[in-house]
Design a protein around this ligand. Structure first.
Ligand SMILES: [Zn+2]
Ligand SMILES: [Zn+2]
Length: 308
């Protein structure tokens, strides 16, 4: 009897090896069927939970692998990673980045090396631009009589427009965040202001450079045609599409997953959890017990686990 590399192998060892392999396959298959969530936000961007609370909330919902994907920063990664290790769930240090595009385009960088120098440099720039934009929006709102400064908690530099919408609600200037966007923050509204962002190409390259997996987040949000945009992004190095997200109908998911399959991209699922800031969303809610997501899980599980 020969092993794969041609060396002789006693029958009993061969059998034992095969048995071990089967056991390993069975275990891997079992893990692949457990829920995972690759899109969650903490209060390091626009979620309400601390990074550790995000991990606990996900774990309580049965999620056994998760990615913290705060906007343009990885500040919550050490705390979330420590909590995940304590609980015993698989954690992927990740990020969500806003790309310069005619429509909204968000790209997730899953399982990145957060210490990679070019990524760190880019995040400093992105945070500075976000801070500039936020100050300008707050000033524009002030000019029309909406003073929300006391309602903006924490560091304004990391705040997103959702934080500003929440501040508008707290200040009594809008009924809810949807109303705040419609009245003040959308394009054409008095509080609309945008700054330069990285191109999709730069973002994909940054994520690949940091050893991560670039995934097009909620591909239908920006009203772009995914049939046209996905091949362009694939050309740049995109590796996956978020096929299951609260913004996608069942029909949308069918479209996205079939495009991904045709193009050899992985399909991911993400709840886009924001804690109390989006109370209808719970971790793990977009996971489905499908072969496509099992494959994604196996692909991610096979990557070496990152440590701090
Ligand atoms: Zn997004
Ligand atoms: Zn998000």
């Amino acid at each position: 009897m020969k092993t794969l590399d041609g060396a002789a192998c006693p029958p009993y060892l061969y059998e034992r090896r095969n048995k071990q392999k089967t056991m390993a396959n069975l275990l891997a298959h079992k893990t692949a069927q457990e829920p995972f969530d690759l899109h969650l936000h903490s209060n390091c961007s626009d979620g309400s939970d601390t990074p550790a609370q995000v991990v606990r909330a996900a774990s309580e919902r049965g999620v056994t692998m998760l990615a913290l994907t705060d906007h343009d920063n990885v500040l919550g990664v050490p705390e979330a990673m420590a909590e995940a290790a304590k609980i015993g769930v698989r954690f992927l240090p990740s990020i969500e980045m806003d790309a310069e595009w005619s429509h909204e385009m968000h790209i997730l960088g899953l399982d990145i090396d957060t210490q990679e120098p070019r990524m760190q440099e880019a995040l400093v720039i992105a945070l500075r631009r976000r801070g500039e934009r936020n100050r300008e929006i707050v000033q524009r709102l002030l000019n029309i009589g909406c003073d929300i400064r006391e309602h903006l908690q924490g560091e304004i530099g990391a705040a997103t427009r959702l934080n500003i919408a929440i501040a508008l609600v707290k200040g009594g200037f809008a009924a809810d965040t949807r109303d705040a966007f419609a009245k003040y923050l959308r394009r054409g509204c008095p509080g609309f202001y945008t700054v330069e962002r990285f191109s999709p190409e730069t973002i994909v390259q940054l994520i690949l450079g940091a050893g991560g997996v670039p995934v097009w987040a909620h591909p239908m949000n920006g009203h772009a045609d995914p049939h046209k945009v996905a091949p362009m992004l694939k050309e740049l190095g995109l590796m996956g599409m978020e096929g299951f997200h609260p913004s996608l109908s069942e029909g949308d998911s069918v479209v996205i997953t079939s495009i991904a399959r045709q193009m050899g991209l992985i399909v991911t699922c993400g709840s886009d959890y924001h804690g109390d800031h989006r109370p209808a969303v719970v971790p793990g809610q977009t996971w489905r017990d499908t072969a496509l997501l099992h494959q994604t899980r196996e692909f991610l599980e096979a990557r070496p686990q990152r440590a701090l």
